[in-house]
Design a protein around this ligand. Structure first.
Ligand code: GDP
Length: 142
């Protein structure tokens, strides 16, 4: 697997529960290098832009409200196969359906408040990294 980068967001529910550190520890223990990191309170506009692909879904308003209600931690993660490995470590969208040992199983509350975000393809990872970290290279440099 090639070394690549993906975008991680520790969502408001997990930051509110003070689990951001525990989740970042799981990420590092999972062999990822954190190559960019920042905390932010997303504006409605930023959250709507980030989730624009879900605009027509019935839960869109609820999702934007959730993602903007308190700060998030946004990180760029690097390792071999980062996109797939991070999706596997997060687990299924619905924590109730996520495998044991996954981050969403451990820290997620429900299908909406599921602790973390991860890019679903290398292509989208590039776009998402550029959205939140315009100065960061999408491709690993070393
Ligand atoms: P992901 O790629 O696993 O994050 O899942 P999706 O791309 O399908 O959905 C994006 C995000 O929208 C999820 O991570 C949830 O936070 C939220 N979401 C998905 N389905 C629902 C739902 O049925 N209700 C609500 N309130 N939020 C949802």
């Amino acid at each position: 697997m090639p070394v690549e980068r993906t975008l991680c967001i520790v969502k408001p529910d997990a930051v509110e529960k003070r689990k951001a550190g525990a989740i970042l520890a799981r990420i590092e223990e999972g062999g990822f290098k954190v190559v960019a990191l920042r905390m932010a309170r997303l504006s409605v506009r930023e959250a709507e832009g980030f989730y624009a692909v879900h605009e027509a879904r019935p839960f869109f308003g609820e999702l934007v409200q959730f993602m903007t209600r308190s700060p998030v931690v946004i990180a760029v993660l690097e390792r071999e196969g980062a996109v797939t490995v991070w999706r596997d470590l997060m687990g299924a969208t619905d924590p109730a359906k996520a495998q044991s040992g996954t981050i969403r199983k451990q820290f997620g509350a429900n299908v909406g408040e599921n602790a973390t975000h991860g890019s679903d393809s290398a292509d989208n990872a590039g776009k998402e990294i550029a959205y939140f970290f315009p100065g960061v290279e999408v491709s690993p440099t070393a």
